[in-house]
Design a protein around this ligand. Sequence first.
Ligand SMILES: NC(=O)c1ccc[n+]([C@@H]2O[C@H](COP(=O)([O-])OP(=O)(O)OC[C@H]3O[C@@H](n4cnc5c(N)ncnc54)[C@H](OP(=O)(O)O)[C@@H]3O)[C@@H](O)[C@H]2O)c1
Length: 194
Amino acid sequence: MRKLIAGMKVSVDGKMEGPEQVADWVEAWSEDYGLTPQIDACLLGGGMYSGYEQYWTGIQNEPDKSAWITGSAPTPAEREWARFIGQTPHYVLSRTVTSSLWPNTSFVRSIEQVAALKQQPGKDIYLVGGARTTASLIDAGLVDELRLIVYPLIAGEAKALFATTERRRGLELRKVQQLQNGRVSLIYGSKGAR
Ligand SMILES: NC(=O)c1ccc[n+]([C@@H]2O[C@H](COP(=O)([O-])OP(=O)(O)OC[C@H]3O[C@@H](n4cnc5c(N)ncnc54)[C@H](OP(=O)(O)O)[C@@H]3O)[C@@H](O)[C@H]2O)c1
């Protein structure tokens, strides 16, 4: 069965975005979890999808121009990710969002449809976010692995990644790696994922 793997960039106090609804401590939104070779689909929540589409469409269309959110020129890794996702199926978990600009985007309406997606043949699926979607899919036992990049910052007043999590769940630490600029990569396996 395909694995569903969540990747999130968080502060030390577990925040995934600031009061302006942006994690302004993140300098680039490339896929920095080492997942690209093993995935062939992305899953996102309805809350973040339009911003994600807007950000990456901008980089696909104008790869040399400062990107919205970071305010900087896209990094080589961001350009590479923009190319990769242009050819990769995207699934949006939402009961209300019905349209997308990208032809490779389709919709899943329930947890059961996410479970069915995992049963389809293919490579693993990258759960891009956001917070409520990640929390609800972990609660449902559908997330096999959680990859966090922890930034050296206490974000304070900001939105917590696990603010809406309802159930306790044990995790198994699989890998720890120190990254540049004081960041730490943590990979956890989720015990009891289905
Ligand atoms: N720090 C990071 O690495 C990182 C990564 C990605 C995103 N983000 C941030 O995440 C923010 C968005 O997070 P968010 O929590 O506001 O929204 P979200 O998780 O992207 O989307 C929440 C929506 O997803 C749908 N959904 C979630 N669980 C569902 C379920 N079990 N069944 C059916 N639908 C479900 C619902 O859509 P409907 O209401 O339409 O039904 C819900 O309103 C963005 O602003 C972005 O900045 C941060």
